[in-house]
Design a protein around this ligand. Structure first.
Ligand code: KAF
Ligand code: ZN
Length: 614
């Protein structure tokens, strides 16, 4: 490895870098180019090894696979610390624009920068692997909810439930005691993460400072082609644009939940207890749809029932996702996708069931890792993950430093934008609904279902990193981790803990992205971007009529537009990629608001006379 040798010497003898040595001649543009070329080659080799170890670890969690993955992550971390340090030499080199952009992106190549001290680096890599392992292995044993006569005490191995079992309880049960037990059970698995997370924050902050950032949150926010402060203002602006719609939805849902659970459990003017919203994190309320359906006796939108009744296999669901992308003129998935993906939870071993998409060798070795069940939610998640895979394949021709989304929100938005075309009309065409709701009532029903997913998510999408930014910046000390978490959940979501919490708990750790150290503002952005993309693709497809009825299925024009943007990878500042699809460089929520205009008017009518807010 060329670069790290120099970098390691500088790390060991910092004096070499400063006072004694005579100032070196400024490097030439050609030397800068040669440097990034070398980085692309070295980094690719190291990343392929790391991704291979990560894949193995995620599909088979053991102490050995964890240690192995940590070791290969350590190699990447060490290389990046050295290369970033070395790259400072080229600051004034007058590099060509492509090289300059790669030098810029190099500093953001890791979301978990390590200190250059090898002991600390090893510690950080081990902690990161361990945290994700705790989440992946998480189980809740013992009875949950009232025992029914003759029913087994609990299901699964040794009477234990995994996250998917518990999520199903939260989605389906309407018994407060049962919901509470499932919620509390899962929020118990993250308690042991607390000291590890505290140390992860310390060490990665140290790593971020070594490469010139104030803290890790600042590094995360700096990766959007604007200053961290500008980025914070942009996300605040987008949140303010959508907040009135969220407030209307919250108001309606609280009132309807009062009808089900009573005002003692769901009081007026107060946040809604988090275990009653149909989801472990209260981030997606669509499983409450049967309770909240605006107009019963309309054509059924129950896709779950149709998938089960028709016996859809996981592979068939993925084929349907692939068929959507090929209908846009994109190529079928490679044969190896079907051989190497994990579509179902393998029996008898621990795996990370949280969905993800991979190109393990950065050369079109596409796969997804999921534990698919026959539900509409998983059908949509499949489109989400395939969006990542199609993006990865579109930029595979680029050097590894450009093999990324225009920003991380783009990566998260592609599959979701495509899945907005899973309209009742499209579902009818693949036999998953019998009739397309025709009149205004049908429209309100369908929009309600969508809003319980897309609108309910927004404050959550914003707050998860608000918490981490505050933690990394030291504004929230470890003795306030949990208190600060619940302050944000109340402020943004209008949601309350269902039971007393303390600093013994570590509730943020009950969400995958905290132990896995995946930034989350990407999803907030994606939930706004996807509607702008959807509108632009519908226009490209020449489809008239309301946005919520548009499906781009079969449109080669829409597919070409999407592909042109995806091909850019991270080679250009993201506003340029944004304009390639939408025609504008400035995101806003106008398409989202246009999409939900009918529901918004309906909600405002329903909520008239109610006291909203918390
Ligand atoms: C999105 C859409 C609908 C509902 C909810 C969401 C938000 C979020 C959630 O809370 O469930 N969705 C996900 O976490 C989906 C997983 C993923 O596709 O975003 C996955 C997360 C991940 C896993 C391991 C390492 C890094 C990130 N992301 C990818 O697989 C991925 C990301 C970028 C490029 C290529 C693949
Ligand atoms: Zn994703």
């Amino acid at each position: 490895m060329r670069i790290p040798l120099i970098a390691a010497a500088l790390a060991a003898f910092p004096a070499l870098a400063s006072s004694q040595a005579p100032p070196p001649a400024p490097p030439s543009p050609a030397e800068a180019r040669a440097f990034v070329d070398g980085v692309n080659v070295d980094l690719r080799r190291l990343l392929v090894r790391r991704e291979t170890a990560e894949w193995i670890k995620s599909t088979y969690i053991t102490d050995d696979t964890e240690r192995n993955a940590a070791a290969l992550n350590e190699d990447v971390m060490a290389y990046l610390s050295g290369a970033i340090r070395e790259s400072a030499r080229f600051a004034g080199a007058g590099a060509d624009p492509g090289t300059a952009r790669m030098l810029h992106l190099l500093r953001f190549a890791s979301s978990l920068p390590a200190p250059s001290d090898p002991g600390k680096r090893a510690e950080l890599a081990a902690i990161a692997a361990k945290l994700e392992g705790i989440y992946g292995k998480g189980k809740v044993c013992g009875p949950i909810g009232p025992r029914k006569k003759g029913a087994p005490a609990a299901k699964g191995d040794a009477g234990c439930r995994d996250l998917q079992d518990l999520e199903e309880i939260l989605a389906k049960s309407r018994e407060p005691e049962t919901l509470l037990a499932a919620w509390k059970g899962w929020h118990g698995i993250s308690r042991e993460m607390r000291p590890l997370y505290q140390r992860l924050a310390e060490l990665s902050n140290e790593g971020a400072r070594e490469i010139g950032f104030g803290d890790l949150g600042e590094l995360w926010r700096a990766g959007y082609d604007m200053t961290p402060a500008e980025f914070e203002r942009e996300t605040d602006r987008l949140w303010q644009e959508v907040r009135p719609l969220y407030d209307q939805l919250h108001c309606y849902v609280r009132a309807r939940l009062q009808d089900v659970y009573g005002k003692r459990l769901v009081p007026d003017g107060r946040p809604i207890p988090a275990h009653l919203l149909g989801n472990m994190w209260a981030q997606d309320w669509s499983s409450l749809y049967p309770l909240l359906e605006p107009y019963p006796n309309q054509p059924s939108l129950d896709v779950d029932a149709a998938l089960k009744r028709q016996g859809w296999s996981p592979a068939r669901m993925v084929k349907a996702g692939e068929a959507f992308f090929t209908s846009l003129g994109l190529d079928p998935l490679p044969k190896t996708f079907w051989e190497r993906s994990q579509l179902v939870k393998p029996p008898g071993r621990d795996v990370v069931c949280h969905a993800s998409a991979w190109d393990v060798t950065y050369s079109g070795d596409l796969r997804i890792k999921m534990c698919i069940r026959p539900t509409e939610e998983d059908l949509v998640t499949i489109h989400h993950e395939l969006g990542h895979n199609y993006y990865q394949r579109a930029y595979v021709h680029l050097p590894v430093l450009f093999q990324n989304g225009a920003n991380d929100g783009f990566h998260e938005a592609i599959g979701d934008a495509v899945a907005l075309s899973i309209t009742p009309g499209y579902l009818k065409s693949i036999g998953l609904v019998a009739r397309v709701p025709g009149d205004d009532r049908g429209v309100v029903n369908f929009q309600m279902k969508r809003a319980l997913d897309k609108i309910a998510f927004l404050p959550w999408g914003k707050l998860v990193d608000q918490w981490r930014w505050d933690v990394f910046a030291g504004k929230v000390a470890p003795d306030r981790y949990n208190a600060a978490w619940w302050e944000l959940r109340e402020r943004f979501q209008g949601v309350a803990p269902p039971t007393a919490r303390s600093e013994e708990d570590f509730d943020p750790g009950a969400k995958y992205h905290i132990p896995a150290n995946v930034s989350y503002t990407r999803y907030f952005l994606a939930f706004v971007y996807q509607f702008q993309f959807h509108r632009a693709l519908c226009q490209a497809a020449g489809i008239q009529g309301p946005l919520h009825q548009c499906s781009i299925f079969g449109s080669k024009e829409a597919g070409a537009k999407l592909e042109a943007m995806m091909r850019l990878g991270a080679s250009r500042p993201w506003p340029e990629a944004y304009a390639a699809v939408t025609g504008t460089t400035r995101p806003d929520a106008s398409a989202l608001l246009e999409y939900f205009a009918p529901l918004r008017a309906w909600l405002e009518g329903q909520n008239a006379g109610r006291t909203c807010g918390w």
